[in-house]
Design a protein around this ligand. Structure first.
Ligand SMILES: [Fe+2]
Length: 346
């Protein structure tokens, strides 16, 4: 077991890329999620005042949604803060435009943690790395951007259909291009701390439940050899804990199973309640949808999170089932531009 990260005073979670945009929906009173338009209006001054009414123009400033995930995590303990980016999503232009709309200070990002090698999480490499590294140099930061990757990089991945055809994702970025863009690569297959020690990056996620058996049909190319690879063992979750709230789990695609990821976090952080569970629960598609009932049951009975925040590849059927089980008191889905402010009680 490694040393655990310290308890934080506050953790801010900003969704930079997600499949869905929904800036109008409300969440239950007490859930610390702020819709995109609300925190945008809080950050930007009104364009004019008309007869005493502050006038905001927001709807040309909203983020764009696309199939993928990227989340910016800002952790504070006392006066010390550390910022880690969890994945970059598929398209560098989407990430960079959304980061502009969200007023993200690129230079403040210390580390970039990749959940797993899949284009909808890694496709923004190496351009996003180059932009952050350049911003850090321009701001005079001595430390380069750390890019935290699983060492077992496949060349390309995809799904094999019943008729034998392969639906491939684009090729994965390679280590040399990421390093050339200014990223200081750290390869980690085991659990470790990052972001000033405030964040916990998992190792391989133990497969515990009977029904979370990986992604059916998934294959990987390595050195020209194609192999069935349903378990995607390079997947890792990121976690951080806030004093008085518990440990939050960021699971980008949950190919390991969202329940397995949360049980892994419970193992790593004994006697600590689970706070926010944010990311893709990957319960979309006919085969995966058969796991919805078991997943919702085990999240409720074994994990008991404070906030269920499904996004990305969760799928509408699973989101509906999760909302049925956890809304309103424990449900605040992840959409692009969402901001969660998890603060220790005073
Ligand atoms: Fe994904």
């Amino acid at each position: 077991m490694i040393e655990l990260p310290p308890e934080l005073d506050a953790l801010e979670v900003l969704v930079v890329v997600d499949n869905e945009t929904d800036t109008l929906s409300s969440v239950a009173e007490g859930i610390p999620q702020i819709p995109e338009a609300v925190h945008l209006a809080m950050r930007r001054p009104p364009v004019r005042v008309h007869e005493g009414h502050a006038c905001h123009v927001l709807f040309d400033q909203l983020c764009c949604a696309c199939h993928g995930l990227s989340v910016l995590l800002s952790a504070r303990r006392g006066v010390e803060t550390h910022r880690v980016l969890f994945d970059v999503g598929p398209y560098p232009h989407v990430w960079l435009e959304n980061a502009g709309h969200l007023d993200i200070d690129l230079a403040s990002i210390e580390a970039l943690f990749l959940s797993h090698w899949h284009f909808d999480h890694s496709g923004g490499f190496p351009q996003v790395v180059a932009a952050i590294a350049a911003a850090r140099r321009a701001a005079g930061h001595a430390a380069p951007l750390v890019v935290d990757l699983h060492p077992d990089r496949p060349d390309q991945r995809g799904l094999m259909a019943a008729n034998g055809s392969l639906m491939l994702l684009p090729a994965e970025p390679d280590f040399a291009d990421i390093a050339a863009a200014g990223g200081a690569i750290v390869k980690a297959a085991d659990a470790h701390l990052l972001g000033g020690g405030f964040f916990y990056g998992s190792g391989a996620i133990p497969r515990v439940t009977a029904y979370e058996t990986g992604l059916a049909g998934h294959h990987s190319f390595r050195d020209g050899v194609l192999e069935a690879d349903p378990l995607i063992m390079d997947e890792r979750f990121l976690a951080a804990r806030v004093r008085g709230r518990g440990v939050s789990v960021f699971s980008a695609c949950s190919h390991a199973g969202i329940v397995n990821a949360c049980l892994g976090a419970q193992d790593a952080f004994p006697d600590t309640p689970i706070d926010l569970v944010l990311g893709g629960y990957h319960l979309a598609g006919r085969i995966m949808e058969m796991r919805i009932e078991d997943t919702v049951r085990d999240l409720g009975q074994r994990v008991r999170p404070r906030i269920v925040a499904p996004g990305h590849c969760t799928g509408w059927r699973a989101k509906a089932a999760l909302a049925q089980a956890f809304a309103p008191a424990h449900y605040a889905p992840s959409v692009v531009g969402s901001l969660y402010r998890l603060a220790a009680p005073a």
